[in-house]
Design a protein around this ligand. Structure first.
Ligand code: UDP
Length: 239
């Protein structure tokens, strides 16, 4: 393994599920701590990091629509607010590790986070601050995966690291089908045509159009983020 980072600037996409661990919902403090430590580690290596947080551990627009009979757009705004809760918790966890952070939100709420301004975001990264992007894209009918793709493009990131609960992309659900095959790499078009569960189609096509690699990896294994940064071939690379 090399000891020099192969990526200088990355966007790490953490789903809300990634934060809830084994709990049915909410935030698992030990997971938060472990993820914060892994980010602190790659910061010490000089890597510029932006984190995009999901909100599914608290609220998803679509399930709100069906379960609580809330209008979709309203549910989506509730989902975006959920990502802000996760963002504040994550900021606190990173600051406990002496990592300088800024929470930037796509929906203005001055008392708790900075508004997202592209040039300011880039400046934070250059200053070594970890950015936590919250409130998704600020628009209903989108996902935080798409927010991650969009922000990655805007800040000229080298890759999106997409955290999941499995160690890459499989031909079928590996939890249900023992014959499911893991891909070491995939083309964007394959992901779209085969409807493989990497990120939603909007996010994948945005990455495809702008040649942004997506590295899908198992976030439950501590140390994986550092390995990817050092160029170790783990998970699945979509490019
Ligand atoms: N959301 C949205 N627009 C965005 C990003 C998110 O409306 O740009 C809403 C949507 O309702 C979504 C919820 O926020 O279900 C939480 O985000 P997501 O489902 O992407 O979180 P994850 O699955 O990563 O936890």
């Amino acid at each position: 393994m090399r000891n020099k980072p192969v990526y200088k600037r990355v966007v790490l996409k953490l789903s809300g599920e990634a934060l809830q661990g084994r709990q049915a919902h909410g935030i698992d403090a030990s997971i938060l701590d472990s993820l914060a430590e892994q980010i602190a580690e790659i910061r010490r290596m000089g890597v510029e990091v932006a984190v995009v947080l999901g909100g599914g551990n608290i609220f998803r627009g679509q399930s709100g629509t069906t379960r609580y009979k809330i209008e979709r757009a309203v549910g989506d705004y509730m989902g975006m607010l959920a990502t802000v809760i996760n963002g504040l918790a994550f900021q606190d966890a990173l600051e406990k590790k002496d990592v300088a952070t800024r929470v930037m939100t796509a929906i203005e709420m001055h008392q708790i986070a900075e508004p997202y301004i592209r040039r300011r975001a880039i400046r934070h990264l250059e200053q070594g601050r970890v950015i936590i992007f919250v409130a998704g894209t600020g628009n209903p009918y989108f996902t935080t995966d798409t927010a991650a793709a969009l922000r990655a493009m805007e800040i000229n990131a080298d890759a999106i690291l997409k955290a999941t609960k499995v160690d890459g992309v499989y031909s079928d659900d590996p939890m249900k089908n023992k014959k499911a095959k893991k891909f070491a790499s995939l083309k964007y078009m394959d992901v779209l045509n085969k409807k493989l569960k990497v990120m939603d189609a909007t996010a994948v096509s945005l990455c495809m159009d702008n040649y942004l690699p997506i590295v899908v990896f198992d976030q439950t294994k501590s140390g994986n983020i550092k390995k990817i940064i050092l160029g170790e071939k783990i998970g699945t690379v979509v490019n």
